[in-house]
Design a protein around this ligand. Structure first.
Ligand code: DX5
Ligand code: ZN
Length: 218
């Protein structure tokens, strides 16, 4: 089943509760955490995730675009995240493994995320224990960027590895997803679609979510 995870990066932060309510026909809420270090942008942190948790029962998919995530995974888990994605480029492999272990101990779902530069095979040391792999289809940092078509190969390769090693693992894509690119990524093997500007920028949010779920035939 395809899951839609609108990114609140494109929401109105002064009206977050309203804007989360507007995406209630979606499956997950995608929360982009940026530290101004791993990516050249700063967004939201632990207290905001905690407040969101107090106002919605929706599944909170928290994408950590932060350096050395091992320092913060426990805090985000305790704030009420359902799933945490940490970037493989954000620390040494031993510290990534350590962060995943902390996540497991906290009972939060575990994902690793790949920048466009990172090869699909980089997930292999962790794949067996993961709940999800996140393939970036833009350079992380900002909403509203154009989809990187060359990432379709990475999605296909990650799908192959998932099917071989851990078929229950979800494959999420993030960046430049609209009804046209949604079709391409689903064909390549993705099953969770993040979309910020194409959902919140649409005149009818519910329709935008529905058209991502069922991309048009041509
Ligand atoms: C980018 C973020 C994305 C972003 C997607 O670094 O991880 O989640 O909000 O925005 P759109 O869908 O506008 O590309
Ligand atoms: Zn994201």
């Amino acid at each position: 089943m395809i899951k839609i995870a609108p990114s609140i990066l494109s929401a109105d932060f002064c009206n977050l509760e309203r804007d989360i309510h507007r995406i209630r026909s979606a499956d997950w809420v995608h929360v982009d955490v940026m530290d101004g270090c791993f990516v050249p942008n700063i967004t939201i942190g632990v207290p905001v995730v905690k407040s969101i948790r107090n106002h919605t029962d929706m599944f909170l998919d928290v994408h950590l675009m932060i350096d050395k995530p091992v320092r913060y995974v426990k805090a985000f888990a305790q704030a009420g995240a359902d799933l945490l994605s940490i970037h493989l480029e954000a620390d040494h492999p031993t510290r990534i493994a350590e962060a995943l272990k902390i996540m497991e101990d906290c009972g939060v779902k575990k994902a690793v995320a790949l920048r466009p530069i990172t090869a699909a095979e980089a997930v292999l040391p962790y794949l067996e224990k993961l709940d999800m792999v996140l393939v970036m289809t833009v350079e992380p940092g900002f909403g509203g960027q154009a989809f990187l078509e060359r990432q379709l190969d990475t999605i296909r390769r990650v799908r192959q590895l998932i099917d071989e090693v851990n078929p229950a693992c979800e494959l999420e894509v993030d960046g430049g997803i609209n009804p046209v690119t949604a079709r391409q990524v689903v064909e390549a093997g993705a099953n969770v679609l993040v979309a910020g500007s194409s959902v919140y920028g649409a005149p009818d949010i519910e329709l935008a979510i529905a058209s991502l779920r069922q991309p048009p035939e041509n």
